[in-house]
Design a binder for this molecule. Structure first.
Ligand code: HEC
Ligand code: HEC
Ligand code: HEC
Ligand code: HEC
Ligand code: HEC
Length: 303
């Protein structure tokens, strides 16, 4: 290994090792695209994430009144992310949204902070364990973070929304990647995920339908500024053959989203119920259409 590195240093030129490899512009807050010269794979993942669209999203553009509502801008194009602190607005490359530089570059040390201990000649790096805690996300996802704390679970935001990809190369640039071992990688697609049917419990008690989020350790749905919705559509069939449809919408904006572990009660029109057919759909803030997440038929408990 040392021999390889040494030969490489000779090939590239002489001078103090670290300095030869520093690429100064990386510390001048470049565009996210610049990081892809080496971190090609991570960049590709991030491009598919909502964070990459935080500024250019048509919804955001509309609701921030074409970027004139200044209080809306900082979290959608942050300068520097610090745990628990609302960020300041970035001056350059706002179209990158929540970008690599915003999350990883710290003015205080003028280096890239991250969860690992690495040797990274092109730019200084610093191991920083704050990247592993949910508080890292809390400066922007303020409401969701509060809900998550109330849920009192051990799993962090990252463990679900930045799932492990196993050990992989952090960089793809030839020949640099030959000098680094594979390391633990996490998904930079920041997947929104989808609640599993079994994580929503439905129970029929008399003419009340109990509806509980038992699997997602924050409200369902959750949002600070977006407007995601959960739709409950029930078809109640009575012994006399008549039917009634009951619809409910649950959302953070209506302040009736489902907290973790506490049931919401939906009253059905009274009568002798034979069966209740339930369908639950969701629509995320940025989705055009509803999607089905659970379907279930409930029968009244035997008398
Ligand atoms: C600088 C502020 C900021 C930080 C820090 C931040 N986010 Fe976000 N996040 C946003 C914004 C803004 C959006 C919405 C982007 C859009 O859809 O236009 C978002 C969207 C998301 C979404 C997609 C939500 C959806 O509706 O589909 C997930 C998941 C997410 N973030 C997870 C995280 C996690 C996990 C962390 C911590 C590791 C984190 N975020 C840190 C600002 C931030
Ligand atoms: C404290 C940080 C913060 C501020 C300030 C903020 N947002 Fe957001 N915004 C977020 C986060 C985090 C999300 C991700 C989803 C969620 O939690 O709502 C988001 C998501 C959104 C979405 C849904 C995603 C999309 O692209 O469709 C819209 C629209 C939006 N914000 C508009 C606004 C508007 C308008 C304002 C100003 C009134 C604003 N935001 C201010 C953090 C912020
Ligand atoms: C010329 C190549 C190159 C470019 C361009 C580059 N990096 Fe790196 N980066 C590296 C190398 C090499 C490592 C260490 C890899 C390893 O140990 O496997 C690294 C590691 C990192 C780490 C891990 C730090 C830690 O302690 O966990 C972060 C974060 C990082 N880079 C962010 C960035 C960001 C953000 C950009 C764009 C502004 C960028 N890098 C551009 C070469 C580069
Ligand atoms: C919303 C903030 C956020 C953005 C945007 C972001 N990262 Fe990260 N990054 C993190 C967090 C948090 C971790 C630690 C995740 C963990 O280990 O659980 C991380 C981990 C890393 C690592 C260590 C290896 C890994 O996969 O965990 C590298 C390298 C890295 N990021 C580079 C980048 C680059 C390059 C970009 C842009 C293409 C980028 N990050 C965008 C928050 C962010
Ligand atoms: C145990 C896994 C888990 C943890 C921990 C978790 N989430 Fe989620 N999160 C989910 C699932 C599953 C969904 C999808 C819900 C759905 O189907 O709409 C989701 C959805 C979201 C959404 C999209 C809006 C919505 O309700 O659909 C945001 C934003 C979000 N989470 C942010 C966070 C943040 C920030 C944290 C940490 C404070 C966090 N999550 C912790 C599993 C988790």
């Amino acid at each position: 290994m040392f021999l390889l590195v040494f030969t490489f240093a000779l090939l590239v030129g002489c001078g103090p090792f670290e300095e030869v490899f520093v690429e100064e512009d990386l510390l001048e807050r470049p565009q996210a695209k610049r990081c892809s010269d080496c971190h090609t794979q991570i960049y590709k993942e991030w491009l598919r994430s909502r964070h990459a669209k935080a500024w250019t999203s048509e919804h955001f553009r509309g609701e921030s009144e074409n970027y004139t509502k200044t209080k809306c801008l900082p979290c959608h194009a942050p300068h520097q992310v610090d745990p628990l602190k609302k960020p300041a607005l970035r001056a350059e490359f706002k179209e990158d949204g929540v970008s690599c530089i915003a999350c990883h570059f710290k003015e205080e040390t003028r280096s890239m902070h991250g969860p690992l201990k690495v040797w990274s000649p092109p730019h200084p790096s610093k191991k920083d364990t704050s990247y592993l805690s949910s508080q890292f996300c809390a400066g922007c996802h303020q409401e969701t973070f509060k809900e998550w704390k109330r849920a009192k679970v051990d799993r962090t935001c990252q463990s679900c929304h930045m799932p492990s990809l196993g050990k992989k190369d952090l960089i793809q640039k030839f020949p640099f990647y030959l000098f680094h071992l594979a390391k633990p990688r996490t998904s930079h697609e920041f997947p929104t995920l989808k609640v599993r049917g079994e994580d929503i419990r439905l129970e029929l008690r008399g003419s009340s339908l109990l509806f509980t989020n038992t699997g997602v350790p924050h409200n369902l749905p959750t949002a600070d500024q977006g407007n995601p919705k959960l739709y409950l559509i029930t078809k109640v069939t009575y012994r006399d053959g008549s039917t009634r449809i009951v619809r409910r919408i649950f959302s953070p904006q209506a302040k009736n989203a489902l907290p973790y572990g506490t049931p919401r009660v939906v009253r059905l029109p009274a009568g002798e119920i034979e069966k209740v057919e339930v369908k639950i759909f969701r629509k995320l803030s940025w989705q055009e259409r509803k999607e089905l997440i659970k379907e279930k038929e409930l029968l009244p408990a035997p008398q």
